[in-house]
Design a protein around this ligand. Structure first.
Ligand SMILES: Cc1cc2nc3c(=O)[nH]c(=O)nc-3n(C[C@H](O)[C@H](O)[C@H](O)COP(=O)(O)OP(=O)(O)OC[C@H]3O[C@@H](n4cnc5c(N)ncnc54)[C@H](O)[C@@H]3O)c2cc1C
Ligand code: FES
Ligand code: FES
Length: 1321
């Protein structure tokens, strides 16, 4: 054994540079090492738990056995630094840069407009880069599957796919890969050209893939790897010792000495336990250097795989075995392979090991049910000897418990081939098709007597239905010895339903769904077995035609889509970029990792890190805050409480005050109470964990809207609006229908969490605040008031945000204030960057809504009266919820002329974390209720929903219900064009036919319109200002009040300035948004950023341009540079401010009338889905969107906003589910539990058309705001699912309206289908 105190040296390379780490910290992950120690900040933190891919790097290792160099994409957030011995790490900075040469992977994502906020971009780049290093000619499926572990919240993925599709040889010849590819394509071109239209980007100006550009693997590492090194490595940290044995004997000895020490292999399980559950191990054993754990041997009866093999290695072992064994012996290999392909994303599969998966013994492991059903065994080894153990029900004792003794390790796993007449299948259902832990999975094996359908042996294991995997022995007993036929299976279903009991309060919830899934999966197995028996000629029984699709995979082939926009006029100057698809101005910096986000700012001298301590109680009095233990901990400098706030201890908003830090009482779990500052993040976290807060619980908690109504708990005012006479309208209607819908909330899930750096200047109370906010002025005010200093001492700086979507306004200002108090009190710079879980807990999201409606309508479908009642769950503070509830009422009419219309809204005060602004500001919820009513009217009348929509559309110049006049001509045009472009009527017929022909597969289609008001109803919020400097060399620096959060406002402003000054865009720079350059700005929100700031910049540029007029006149042939130089010598000011007063909008709620919007953006979206009614899983087959955005300033950015918003809406309405405990604790605190759309959710065909020939006199260059409106079009997927469910219900004999709440998750869709199996549970 190695001695206890020696510290070994770790040798690895990063981007070709040798690193000799003498004191690696066993607790440090590669991500923080790269970012903090090496200052390579291109690799991003998005979640810290392997769930988002923002931290992806390539890790390469030389294998001395095979002499190969293996490249793997890996999540740096889960890779312990101590595991890097002899590895070469490549980060986004190592493959190309704007200063030297870009890598094509960086260039193509940027030029294809696949980078908006850019926070996910380095991760995307590195995943794609690694994929190409391993496979320079991938298929499109390789690309989308490879990227499945990377999330993007902005783009909607389509442009990333299109950018990277250009690397695919077989899909579409790219002519770029340096190999003179001449494969001709059967598919459509990457750049669809319709009516001679250009695409959004041109492949012609993209760099070819050039392998010589890649860093070579360091020869020194090859040499080192060739040296057989069996010495034990030991690294001692502050609290933890890391031991890496060099031999199996040493490993077993260590396990005897430290039986409680975990074996860290992929660190994908133990790493999460340590990070998120606070479990601490003083000693870690890392056996990654023990060769026996990686040994693979093929035998005649199966294959033996070392327990240390990663899923990626296991995948290739199985693929080889499938090739090597006769087909009838490969069923087990195929089943396991199918399951492995669906385990998480590539980055996790590259590190997660077979042994780790088994030893972790978690109930929804995808491997263990198959391994158990497939008769696999493992070799357990300890100092006392080895034993062969079957992986079966006796192996797993409970949650995370197996029969392995503490000193035993899993050495290898034997996977037997299938015997003649034996088949194995694997099943899995997850909340998202890819990169999501299974809700329920299963492994099923049946062995038949020779030439017979009589079952000799059967084994069925389920995962996800208990604390451990479950063998359904009684069900199997029903089947064994009997022929495989309907009667046998019917008995089996009946037994199964009794055998799998789940209490209503079972962990994981979804009890009925999970039970019905177990039946559905057995039914699918039944069909597969019937197919097998038929193929073997054992039975003649055919699977009925109508059922065959139940065992087919859902369609998944992504096709190129159209992005149609208007070309600029031929007469427009070639230099004028307005109206052209110009790349996001920071896209290349984002793709190379050079773009600077708040937490990328360098560490400042003496800097401290701040961690917030939050309430663990939903409603309680704070009795005492004891931080004495925290202060004793190493590195902890101070604890900040409300008492330390020198100024205002609360933030006023919408008539209510919100405490900056709770002092006497807490009103939700997650409310901020105090903050610990320490010399490092790790120390601050430990300090925060040591703070003890004693509470006296208050009993009157309110969590739901229903409870709030009962207890009359609301934020005031409650609003009402009415046009016509609703009571009369309802009385006179031919039919009346009442319904309701619950719409869940939504987490912003911006990829960059809330981030701050506050630096006290040290003089005259000045504070510099660097932060990620949509509203720098609000943060400035908040910091000034909290510190009780004048605003002119606080400067807020925002370079860019890694996404915001409304979530970086109010809470951000409060968090900035807390960080500023810490900086004020300590006199030192303080940084605060929330972890993903903290961010999700503290900052709230979209208000959930309970919407009730009553509709009066005529037999012809005309709705004559509608009455809506809205209750939002605002949470514990008012924030923006009252305004959200108001905006909900303003969009009650959506696109429909309902003569008698009434809405009442209330923001309920509850003991959940406060909700806030979120893209669409209540409209996506409000309009879903309206459209649900329309759907119900259609079902009540037995008509198609699109008919009712069309009948009720506004068709001529009209007044809204708040008496604002508008012309719906373009709304109607969008509707008609969408109908036509989507080929709606033909597809509706085809879908009807499909649904008649398929029993368990249903298709659905829906088309929905939106009329979205642009601007702030409070007129003063529509103003904007700008400052434009021209320097003597002719370059221009533009500052304005808008913040760049991915929406491309800086790019559009650059285009505006270029046109107004008549100079190339390349001469114009935008550095940051700063309250020092432009004061008193309004929030970048309400889709109004370009409208307002564009006008202010235009004003400033026009002032400057006019000032230069005399000089131009004197020297008309001069260049811009000549004129600027002359102007300087002629003492003409080259700096100007610009101002835009904005529209004087207002809404008078007493009179119920006003002009709250400058204009409307219109859009119509149509989606088609295919639904598996047995599991509720579905795929969006196609989406067509037609949008009236006037004349687009930048079609690529606008289309990016449209697609991104659509996908966010798709998430809202069909996937994203926030879960709270009965006592108000948010369960869903990361991408593991909260699923946002991923690559697999993109419509297989996604077309966007910008309405031609539209203009808008109310906004700059006739454009329209577009950030928010198309979120609602995501509901076309919701209604398409509802349409498919309607077809399934028809088969079950159910017709008429039914309630489908949002999100229409697979669980809700499946249960609503009411199949034979859902009826059994
Ligand atoms: C983002 C994410 C997504 C995931 N998705 C899926 C999924 O879809 N399906 C799925 O099945 N799993 C999924 N997982 C879980 C993952 O498969 C397991 O965490 C992984 O297989 C564990 O292997 P590891 O090498 O990382 O184990 P580690 O985390 O390194 O170790 C886990 C535990 O196993 C023990 N252990 C490891 N090796 C051995 C050995 N040879 N002998 C004895 N004990 C050992 C360790 O002591 C430790 O207690 C996911 C994990 C993450 C982080
Ligand atoms: S930060 Fe590593 S996967 Fe999210
Ligand atoms: S561009 Fe992908 S998260 Fe913003």
């Amino acid at each position: 054994m190695a001695e206890q105190t020696r510290n070994d040296v770790l040798v690895f390379y990063v981007n070709g540079k040798k690193i000799i780490e003498e004191n690696p910290d066993p607790e440090a992950m590669l991500l923080s090492y790269l970012r903090k120690k090496l200052r390579l900040t291109g690799t991003k933190y998005g979640c810290g738990g392997g769930g988002c891919g923002a931290c992806t790097v390539m890790v390469s290792r030389y294998d001395p056995q095979t002499k190969n160099i293996n490249h793997s994409s890996i999540n740096a957030c889960l890779l312990p630094v101590c595991q890097l011995d002899k590895a070469a790490v490549t980060t986004v900075e190592g493959i190309g840069s704007t200063k030297t040469k870009l890598h094509p992977v960086q260039e193509r994502i940027a030029k294809a407009h696949g980078s908006q906020c850019g926070f996910c971009t380095p991760g995307m780049v590195m995943t794609m880069y690694t994929l190409l290093r391993n496979n320079p000619q991938p298929t499109l499926e390789d690309v989308t599957k490879g990227l499945a572990g990377n999330l993007c919240r902005c783009t909607g993925y389509r442009p990333i796919i299109d950018g990277y599709r250009t690397f695919c040889q077989s899909e579409n010849c790219c002519q770029l890969n340096g190999s003179g590819c001449n494969v001709s394509s059967e598919n459509e071109s990457v750049e669809p050209k319709e009516n001679g239209q250009p695409g959004l980007f041109s492949k012609d100006d993209m760099l070819p893939l050039d392998p010589t550009q890649d860093l070579i693997f360091p020869p020194e590492l090859m040499r080192l790897a060739e040296i057989k090194d069996q010495t034990t490595q030991r690294f001692c940290g502050e609290r933890m010792t890391w031991i890496s044995p060099g031999s199996l004997d040493e490993l077993l000895q260590l396990k005897t000495v430290y039986p409680q020490a975990p074996l860290v292999m992929g660190n994908t399980n133990i790493g999460l336990d340590m990070k998120f559950k606070g479990i601490f191990y003083p000693v870690i054993i890392s056996p990654t250097r023990v060769p026996e754990l990686f040994k693979v041997t093929q035998k005649s009866e199966g294959v033996c795989v070392g327990a240390g093999c990663s899923m990626t290695v296991l995948k290739s072992v199985l693929e080889n075995s499938i090739n090597d064994f006769p087909p009838e012996n490969t069923h087990m290999f195929q089943a396991l392979l199918q399951q492995i392909n669906l385990v998480s994303g590539q980055q996790i599969r590259n590190v997660a090991t077979l042994g780790g998966n088994i030893a972790s013994a978690f109930p929804n492991s995808d491997l263990t049910p198959v391994l158990a059903a497939g008769r696999c065994t493992l070799v357990a080894l300890s100092k006392d000897g080895r034993r062969r153990v079957p992986i079966d029900k006796d192996f797993f004792l409970g949650f995370a418990k197996t029969i392995l003794k503490p000193d035993e390790i899993v050495l290898s796993v034997f996977i037997p081939s299938t015997r003649p007449n034996e088949i194995v299948h694997a099943f899995r259902h997850a909340p998202r098709k890819e990169s999501a832990l299974a809700t329920v999975n299963a492994g099923m094996r049946v062995w038949f007597n020779e030439n017979s359908n009589v079952v000799k042996e059967i084994s069925i294991y389920y995962g996800g239905v208990g604390a451990t995997i479950l063998s359904v022995d009684c069900t199997c007993q029903q089947i064994v010895g009997r022929p495989w036929k309907e009667a046998t299976l019917s008995d089996a279903y009946s037994t199964l339903v009794d055998e799998i009991k789940l209490e209503p309060s079972a962990p994981g919830g979804k009890v009925d769904f999970r039970r019905s899934l177990t039946l559905s999966l057995l039914f699918k197995f039944n069909l597969l077995v019937l197919q097998y028996l038929k193929e073997k000629d054992v039975t003649q029984r055919e699977i009925p035609q109508k059922m065959q699709s139940a065992i087919q995979p859902l369609p998944k082939h992504i096709q190129p889509g159209y992005q149609e926009f208007q070309n600029v006029l031929e007469s427009q100057s070639a230099q004028d970029p307005v109206g052209r698809p110009m790349m996001h101005r920071s896209a290349l910096s984002q793709a190379t990792g050079e773009a600077v986000y708040c937490d990328d700012l360098p560490h400042t001298d003496g800097e401290l890190f701040l961690v917030i301590v939050t309430s663990s109680r939903p409603h309680a009095k704070i009795i005492h805050i004891d931080f004495s233990e925290a202060l004793k901990l190493s590195g902890v400098v101070d604890v900040i409480t409300a008492k330390d706030i020198p100024g205002k201890k609360f933030r006023p908003f919408a008539g209510y005050d919100e405490a900056v830090l709770a002092e006497d009482e807490v009103t939700c779990v997650g409310q901020m109470i105090c903050a610990v500052v320490a010399d490092s993040k790790a120390h601050a976290k430990r300090g925060a964990a040591a703070v003890k807060i004693s509470y006296e619980d208050l009993q009157d908690c309110i969590f739901t809207v229903e409870e709030a109504i009962e207890k009359d708990s609301f934020f005031l005012p409650r609003r009402t609006i009415e046009r016509g006479d609703v009571e009369k309208g309802l009385r006179e209607a031919e039919q009346v229908y009442e319904g309701e819908i619950q719409i869940g909330g939504q987490e912003h899930f911006y990829l960059e969490t809330q981030s701050f750096l506050v630096i006290p200047v040290g003089e005259e109370k000045e504070m510099k605040v660097y932060l990620s906010t949509q509203h720098p002025t609000l943060a400035q005010e908040a910091v000034a008031e909290t510190l009780r200093i004048p605003s002119n001492r606080v400067s807020c700086h925002v370079k860019r945000l890694g996404g915001a979507f409304g979530g970086k306004i109010i809470k951000t200002a409060i968090l900035a204030s807390i960080t500023a108090v810490a900086a004020w009190k300590t006199g030192r710079p303080v940084r605060c960057v929330l972890e993903r879980g903290e961010d999700m807990l503290i900052t709230g999201g979209r208000d959930p809504l309970w919407g009730k409606y009553k509709a009066g309508f005529m037999r012809n479908g005309k709705i004559t009266a509608a009455d809506f009642q809205y209750y939002t769950n605002a949470g514990n503070t008012a924030d923006k919820s009252v305004l959200v509830a108001e905006k909900m009422l303003l969009h009650l009419d959506n696109a429909y002329n309902i003569p008698n219309l009434r809405g009442r809204s209330a923001a309920c005060k509850t003991n959940l974390p406060s909700n806030t602004a979120f893209r669409g500001f209540g409209v996506p919820q409000s309009v879903l209720v309206v459209e649900s009513m329309i759907n119900d009217v259609a079902l009540k009348l037995g008509c198609l929903p699109e008919e009712i929509r069309e009948i009720n559309l506004y068709k001529e110049v009209s007044l809204t219900h708040y008496k604002m006049e508008f012309d719906p001509e373009n709304l109607v045009r969008c509707w008609n064009e969408c109908m036509e472009k989507a080929d709606f009527r033909r597809r509706r017929q085809a879908i009807d036919l499909f649904n008649q022909q398929n029993q368990f597969r249903k298709q659905g289609i829906a088309i929905v319109p939106i009329k979205y008001g642009i601007g702030f109803p409070d007129g003063f919020l529509n103003q904007a200002a700008a400052l434009v400097h021209i320097y003597k060399d002719g370059t221009v620096l533009v500052s304005h009040g808008g913040t760049e959060m991915g929406q491309g406002v800086h790019t559009k402003i650059q285009q505006v300035a270029s046109r107004e000054l008549n100079i190339p865009a390349s001469l114009i720079h935008i550095s940051e948004t700063s309250t020092q350059c432009v004061p008193n700005t309004c929030a970048s929100a309400a889709s109004f950023g370009t409208d307002a700031n564009g006008m202010a910049v235009k004003d400033a540029c026009q002032i400057l341009y006019n000032r230069l007029e005399p000089i131009r006149k004197k020297n008309p042939k001069g260049t811009w540079q000549n004129w600027i130089s002359t102007a300087f010598f002629e003492k003409i000011s080259l700096s100007a401010t610009g101002y835009y007063r904005g529209h004087d909008l207002d809404m008078n709620w007493e009179k119920q009338e006003g002009k709250p919007y400058a204009y409307f953006t219109y859009a119509v979206g149509c989606s088609e889905v295919e639904l598996d009614s047995l599991t509720g899983e579905y795929r969006t087959l196609r989406t067509d969107i037609v949008v009236d955005i006037g004349r687009s300033i930048n079609p690529s950015i606008d289309i990016g906003q449209i697609e991104g918003a659509f996908m966010q809406g798709l998430g809202l309405y069909t996937m994203e589910e926030l879960k709270f405990s009965p006592s108000g604790v948010l369960y869903t605190r990361g991408p593991g539990q909260y699923k946002i759309p991923s690559f697999c959710d993109v419509p297989l065909k996604f077309n966007v058309y910008l309405l031609a020939g539209s203009s808008n006199p109310h906004a700059i260059y006739s454009s329209k705001g577009i950030g928010e409106p198309t979120v609602f079009l995501g509901s076309s997927v919701f209604f398409a699912v509802k349409d498919a469910v309607t077809a399934a219900r028809k088969d079950a004999g159910l017709t008429g309206p039914f309630q489908l709440n949002s999100p229409a998750t697979p669980e809700r869709a499946c249960l609503a289908c009411t199949t034979r199996f859902t009826k059994m549970v």
